[in-house]
Design a binder for this molecule. Structure first.
Ligand code: ADP
Ligand code: AMP
Length: 210
């Protein structure tokens, strides 16, 4: 099973990607997490990539396409994956298509998750992430067993790019890139619109049934 999750920041892609990955027995490939791990050092290249992320912009296509071509070729992705956060531009989608045809693969579904903007802001402002296992919580809707602490015993963090100013920039970037990307997958006949406004379990059920 190969699934792409599209949708704005905070809509629940990472949360649902983890659940769908377990359900289908495939890997979740989240480009945000991959990039945050990749820029943990302080080399000039890492600092450059980090500056795009911290300001709410997209990392240049050439960089992320190179990273993903490499990652998609790992043995654990041979039989399927849930893509969370990639592709984010039509150029990335074209590069993904090229990879797929080179490897005789195809995407089964591109789920386009949507909710109103005030819900996105509410979800993002309560988001807490584990820097170690990458699990994501919400202080109200999906809290950890112990406040401020991941269930894996690592202190939780609030992402720097989840501050309101940066979130507004990320939403603008999303609005600019989203429509052509949605059209791209609509034309391929694999796009499914999903109302992601319900509780986490409800959205998971919709995605499993689709
Ligand atoms: P994305 O990967 O799209 O940026 P996340 O999966 O990180 O979004 O979810 C953003 C925040 O919203 C997290 O704190 C998560 O726990 C919470 N969340 C995700 N889905 C729902 C939902 N259906 N209802 C309430 N909160 C949710
Ligand atoms: P996310 O964790 O998906 O919210 O991504 C966090 C940040 O990583 C984004 O705001 C971008 O700066 C960067 N990023 C993640 N995925 C991509 C991508 N496919 N293309 C470009 N930048 C990306």
């Amino acid at each position: 099973m190969r699934i792409i999750l599209l949708g704005p920041p905070g809509v629940g892609k990472g949360t649902q990607a983890s659940r769908l990955a377990s359900h289908h027995g495939v890997v979740r490939l989240g480009t945000g997490d991959m990039l945050r791990t990749a820029v943990a050092g302080g080399s000039p290249f890492e600092l450059e990539v980090k500056s795009y992320m911290d300001s709410g912009g997209l990392v240049p296509d050439t960089i992320i396409i190179g990273i993903m071509r490499d990652r998609l070729a790992w043995p654990d992705a041979k039989d399927g994956y849930i893509l969370d956060g990639f592709p984010r531009t039509v150029n990335q989608a074209i590069a993904l298509d090229r990879f797929l045809s080179e490897h005789q693969q195809k995407i089964d579904y591109a789920f386009n998750l949507a909710v109103d903007e005030e819900i996105l802001i509410d979800r993002i402002s309560g988001r807490r992430s584990c820097p170690s296992c990458h699990r994501v919580y919400h202080i109200t809707y999906d809290p950890p067993k112990q406040t401020g602490m991941c269930d894996c015993r690592t202190p939780l963090m609030q992402r720097k790019d989840d501050s309101l100013g940066v979130v507004r920039q990320r939403l603008q970037v999303y609005q600019r890139e989203a429509e052509p990307l949605v059209q791209f997958y609509k034309q391929q006949g694999i796009l499914m619109d999903i109302n992601a406004g319900g509780a986490i379990d409800e959205v998971t059920e919709k995605l499993k049934l689709s």
